[in-house]
Design a protein around this ligand. Structure first.
Ligand code: NAP
Length: 541
């Protein structure tokens, strides 16, 4: 607690800055680089002992980015673009973390990052017009805070009865031991079949003695077709980065695909033409599969046709019809975050890989020796929780943020997150969220989205400085309009039709609201327009 005289409870003087950035992942690092370059006194606080955010924590076997390497990288410095060499079509976690470290070194970022510093509460000091951040390492005061806390940074560990009695080690994919885990000779249980599990399962299966996967909802996944990156392809990107980046930013998810996006309706195509188009994209691999038609996430009939194509593939790949049936999803395709894989369905052909369907009969409890479902104990030596995250809002709400009049962010967001542009929150002046709820964030290539947000925030802070403006705050009407807008856009799609983390449906008790905003280019245009129109919808004081 601050004692009110500007001295923190641990007796040390508070650390005073123009801007405190929370988080040293790709967003926090770029925020620091940019704000420092503009002459702001900015500091980053980070709970980990090094940079990397998502890529620092998610070190599970097989962890890899689904966005292709040449596009999952910063665009702000052409020299950085030229000097970094990517080795695979999709980068693995170790390579992305090396890139993050390279960026931190190259721009000397670490001198302004306070590691192993966890934010415990954040309060707006109305009289001083400053934020006060209490951390486990002391107090920070700043005119502005930038929440670069990531969308998937608070792990979700479901509460299973008896979990604490389990005799072996347990791991969460999003908080993996840095020294790695040796599964050889062990019987391993994996709970979950989302993106993390889809990547981890084939790699763990190759190492362990027995693998038992506990699946609540079968998942659609499309081959990634990862491979060493063709040097000619890398050279082509490097020679044409400016044009290719512009092309990326014009796409709705801020990434270009290997095959052209096609905008016709899947339901209208003849059988042969449909199958040819799908087969080609299945072979090419990656998200281009979902861009074969314009209406995969818009039209239920078209969606079902694409879904059936994947179901048929599962039937072809998986030898045992009973296993194939258990692995086959029946919900809308791509309304949960689509997965890309390397040998996921194939893994279930191996005799030491077992699948336990926990959709109808949930995991009953964890025993000292294994996982109990419907009265049967499945013995395992180690458990991997691939059970996801309290996405988009979890980390922000855990920081105990209070704004004007002592209003808690948790109360303001009681009925779901409310933001204006995913950048500001009414009643929380001078607080910016990077890739926050209400912005394209997780429906887009994250690094371009991050750069766009940080650039907008930086421009805003410069404008405020030039005009000697002290505070900027989303107006309640603008926020209400934006919440309606995000819902209206989501309602045009099939996204709200399944129980995804996009809706908060994976966390018991979390309000069901569609959190990200589909469509990067129109969103960028609105942000530009708002800034150019004297920050329309924000109150400046
Ligand atoms: P996730 O998609 O939320 O998957 C969690 C899994 O755990 C689901 O299969 C879920 O089942 C299951 N689960 C949760 N609670 C359970 C319970 N009580 N009993 C049984 N099963 C339970 O989490 P994730 O796989 O970590 O992925 C999260 C996001 O991170 C992804 O969607 C993606 O955006 C990102 N990510 C990206 C990459 C990449 O770029 N390659 C890789 C990994 C993750 P239900 O489906 O029934 O809820």
């Amino acid at each position: 607690m601050s004692t009110g005289d500007g001295v923190s409870s641990n007796g040390h003087e508070p650390s005073v800055h123009d801007v405190v950035v929370v988080g040293a992942g790709f967003a926090g690092m770029y925020a620091l680089y940019t704000l420092r370059g503009l002459g702001f006194d900015a500091v980053v606080v980070e709970r980990a002992d090094d940079v990397g955010g998502t890529w620092y924590w998610n070190r599970y076997p097989g962890a890899r980015c689904d966005v292709e390497s040449m596009q999952y990288s910063y665009s702000f410095d052409p020299e950085l673009e030229q000097e970094w060499e990517w080795s695979e079509r999709y980068s693995g976690q170790p390579e992305i973390l090396r890139y993050a470290n390279h960026v931190a070194d190259r721009y000397d970022l670490r001198r302004d990052i306070h590691f192993e510093t966890t934010v415990q509460r954040v309060d707006w000091d109305e009289d001083a017009c400053r934020w006060v951040l209490q951390t486990d390492r002391g107090t920070y005061r700043a005119r502005f805070v930038v929440m670069a806390t990531g969308c998937l940074s608070t792990t979700n560990v479901p509460r299973f009865d008896g979990a604490e009695t389990f005799a072996g080690p347990t791991f969460h994919t999003g908080n993996w031991p840095h020294e790695g885990v040796d599964f050889s000779g062990l019987s391993v249980g994996v709970i979950g079949t989302g993106s993390s599990a889809v990547q981890a399962i084939p790699v763990i299966a190759a190492e362990c003695r027995e693998l038992t996967v506990f699946q609540r909802t079968p998942n659609y996944t499309v081959p990634a077709r990862n491979q060493p990156l063709d040097p000619d392809e890398q050279a082509h990107w490097k020679q044409n980065y400016r044009e290719l980046r512009a092309e990326m930013f014009a796409q709705r998810a801020a990434m270009v695909q290997r095959l052209p996006d096609i905008e016709d309706a899947a339901k209208d195509l003849g059988e042969q033409e449909f199958n040819e188009r799908m087969e080609e994209r299945w072979e090419v691999g990656g998200f281009t599969f979902y861009r074969a038609f314009g209406d995969v996430v818009l039209d239920a009939e078209s969606n079902e046709r694409v879904a059936q194509f994947v179901r048929d593939k599962i039937g072809e790949v998986v030898d045992d019809p009973e296993m194939a049936a258990k692995l086959t999803p029946h919900n809308t395709i791509a309304c949960k975050r689509p997965c890309l894989d390397t040998n996921y369905y194939e893994t279930f052909n191996q005799p030491h890989v077992h699948l336990v369907d926990v959709s109808a009969t949930p995991i009953e409890r964890i025993s000292p020796a294994g996982v109990v479902v419907d009265g049967t104990e499945y013995p395992v030596d180690a458990i991997v929780y691939a059970t996801g995250f309290d996405a988009m809002t979890g980390t922000l709400l855990r920081m105990n943020i209070t704004g004007r009049g002592g209003v808690r962010l948790a109360d303001h967001w009681d009925a779901g997150p409310r933001t204006y542009l995913g950048l500001g929150v009414a009643g929380f002046p001078n607080m910016f969220t990077v890739s926050g709820p209400g912005s394209p964030s997780v429906l887009s290539n994250m690094i371009p989205s991050i750069e766009q947000h940080v650039d907008w925030i930086a421009r805003c802070l410069v404008d405020l400085r030039e005009r000697s403006t002290t505070t900027i705050e989303a107006e309640p009407d603008a926020e209400a309009y934006w919440v309606d807008h995000v819902n209206a856009v989501a309602d045009l799609t099939l996204y709200p039709t399944c129980n995804s983390w996009y809706l908060g449906a994976n966390i018991p008790g979390k309000t069901r609201v569609f959190m990200p905003l589909p469509g990067f280019p129109p969103y960028v245009e609105i942000c530009e327009d708002v800034a150019s129109d004297n920050y329309r919808g924000f109150a400046l004081a």
